[in-house]
Design a protein around this ligand. Structure first.
Ligand SMILES: NC(=O)c1ccc[n+]([C@@H]2O[C@H](COP(=O)([O-])OP(=O)(O)OC[C@H]3O[C@@H](n4cnc5c(N)ncnc54)[C@H](O)[C@@H]3O)[C@@H](O)[C@H]2O)c1
Length: 489
């Protein structure tokens, strides 16, 4: 089946699913009876376009087509994945499944975004229960990788395996919940924290803002990268988890939680929460808050990417899966032209106060291009750990046109010399056909043992010679060898 996703219900969550599938190259077909659905989804997709491509260090697949349909039967036509995200009411979800199962392909996977219903509850009364599974996402669906994939015994293992493959393919992390349970795994935690927070407000201990500060300045940051148990293991000191449990275990029987008791949601409590929240965040519209949230998430996730840890490790794996950059010289169809060495969107954390790409990031993009070129001639991490590498001796960057956050940039790299110890490259950065910047770099091959220049190994030398011969007939680029301040005519 072609990569077609049907989105049934396009609110906050359905819109996020639509954006993720579409930006990952799937054709997306939406059914939502709300006359405003098209506008709302359009706004979510605009936010997703500003955020998701910047999370990646390679270009995303070409965007899939998005269409809106008046009937469910039309929307599910040819769909391989159907995501139900209608309001959280069991009777409504049952009616929706009944209609869509009359029309959808029998081998399509029907994922439900339900926050709390068990898959066996969703499957009740269905003609093909085996087709329906919980695929519970987190808002914003286009940025957060976690999907709780909850099957019931009715779902065959092949369907679960296929669901995992598809979710992984669109950059998600399917957490296979081994036994169905109300509210799955993550919402149980959120529910517990929310209950405690409501008590703290009701008892006058803290305001909404103080509670948020208690989370985001402290344990929220720890949770974002290590979760609960890995964090507590460290908190136990050298004696680790066992010591932590011995030290803090007894507190579990002290009155440190109101968890068994739920505050009455009286008008007074609701007013207090709503008023405090207005005072805390009312200066921003919801769309502004969403953009602030997305930029914060992208920055945190990119930080984790640099450490190849937690959610950042998932993102690195996804970049590797979707990258269209050549890995080996043999991947390049036409070696007689400059080589594509960077193809990516400019992320938010690469821009300065003018909204322009920061100067240092030009060097970053060009040095990524050089790294890719080096890897293509065989100077990869294995070669470098074998004791030799290229060191950059000189760089000359020319800034030619403006570059903004979100711009998809590509770098084409031309080899001017690749001989002996010298690798002389000329990179050109483009937005489509528009030239944005160039960089000329001279690199010297170095022994990491002596820290002195040295000749490369024979395989690397042979690959350098191949590229040099292929690029020799190319015209010398305008600007190559120019001194600073000299513009080519
Ligand atoms: N909001 C969250 O943070 C969140 C997170 C994870 C999962 N969920 C789950 O996602 C689902 C949707 O929640 P939401 O927050 O997006 O709600 P929402 O109210 O924002 O969106 C629901 C959408 O469904 C549409 N709809 C109503 N009846 C329909 C029908 N018969 N057919 C097709 N569309 C219909 C509505 O017009 C609306 O656009 C719920 O099951 C919820 O539990 C929500």
């Amino acid at each position: 089946m072609a990569n077609v996703a049907a989105i049934i219900g396009g609110g906050v969550i359905g819109g996020g699913w639509a954006a993720r599938f579409m930006l990952m190259g799937w054709t997306v077909r939406v059914f939502d009876p709300d006359p405003e659905a098209q506008r709302k989804i359009g706004e979510v997709i605009a936010n997703a376009r500003a955020a998701l491509p910047g999370l990646s260090d390679v270009a995303l697949p070409d965007e899939g087509r998005l269409s809106f349909h008046d009937t469910m039967s039309e929307a599910v036509e040819g769909a391989g994945w159907i995501q139900e995200s209608v309001p959280e009411r069991l009777d409504l979800k049952h009616r929706v499944f009944a209609t869509l199962q009359q029309h959808c392909p029998t081998d399509a996977i029907i994922g439900s975004s339900t926050s709390g219903f068990k898959p066996s509850e969703l499957q009740q009364g269905s003609s093909r229960p085996e087709q329906i599974v919980v695929a519970h996402p987190f808002n914003p669906v286009y940025l957060l990788p976690l999907i709780e994939l909850v099957p019931s015994p009715a779902n065959p293992p092949q369907l679960i395996a296929r669901a995992k493959d598809i979710l992984t393919g669109i950059g998600c992390y399917p957490l296979h919940v081994r036994k169905e349970i109300d509210a799955h795994i993550a919402d149980r935690f959120l529910e517990a924290v929310w209950r405690e927070a409501l008590w703290l407000i009701k008892d006058g201990i803290a305001t909404t803002e103080e509670i948020d500060n208690a989370i985001r300045y402290g344990f929220g940051l720890r949770w974002a990268q290590m979760g609960l148990f890995e964090t507590y293991r460290i908190a136990g000191g050298e004696a680790g988890m066992r010591h932590f449990i011995e030290q803090f275990g007894p507190c579990l029987s002290w009155p440190w939680t109101k968890l068994m008791d739920v505050p009455d949601l009286t008008d007074d409590l609701i007013d207090a929460v709503a008023d405090q929240s207005d005072a805390q965040s009312g200066a921003f519209s919801i769309r502004e808050l969403e953009r602030i949230r997305d930029n914060n998430l992208v920055s945190i996730l990119r930080g984790l990417k640099a450490q190849n840890w937690g959610a950042g490790k998932l993102l690195n794996a996804q970049d590797k899966r979707i990258s269209r950059l050549p890995e080996r010289l043999s991947d390049i169809a036409d070696l007689s032209q400059p080589i594509l060495t960077v193809d990516r969107a400019v992320p938010v954390d690469w821009t300065d106060y003018n909204g322009h790409m920061n100067e240092a990031r030009y060097l970053q993009a060009f040095s990524d291009a050089t790294d890719r070129f080096m890897a293509l001639v065989g100077v990869d991490s294995d070669y470098i750990s074998g004791g030799a590498s290229f060191f950059t001796a000189e760089t000359h960057i020319r800034h030619i046109d403006e570059v903004h956050a979100g711009t998809r940039i590509s770098v084409k790299s031309q080899c001017l010399t690749a001989e002996g110890k010298r690798l002389h490259l000329f990179h050109q950065m483009f937005d489509g056909a528009r030239l944005l910047a160039t960089a000329e770099q001279m690199l010297i091959h170095v022994s990491l043992g002596t820290r002195r220049s040295s000749l490369p190994g024979s395989e690397v030398a042979a690959r350098m010679a191949t590229v040099q011969a292929a690029h020799a007939p190319l015209e010398r680029p305008a600007g190559a060898g120019a001194a600073i301040g000299v513009r080519p005519a």
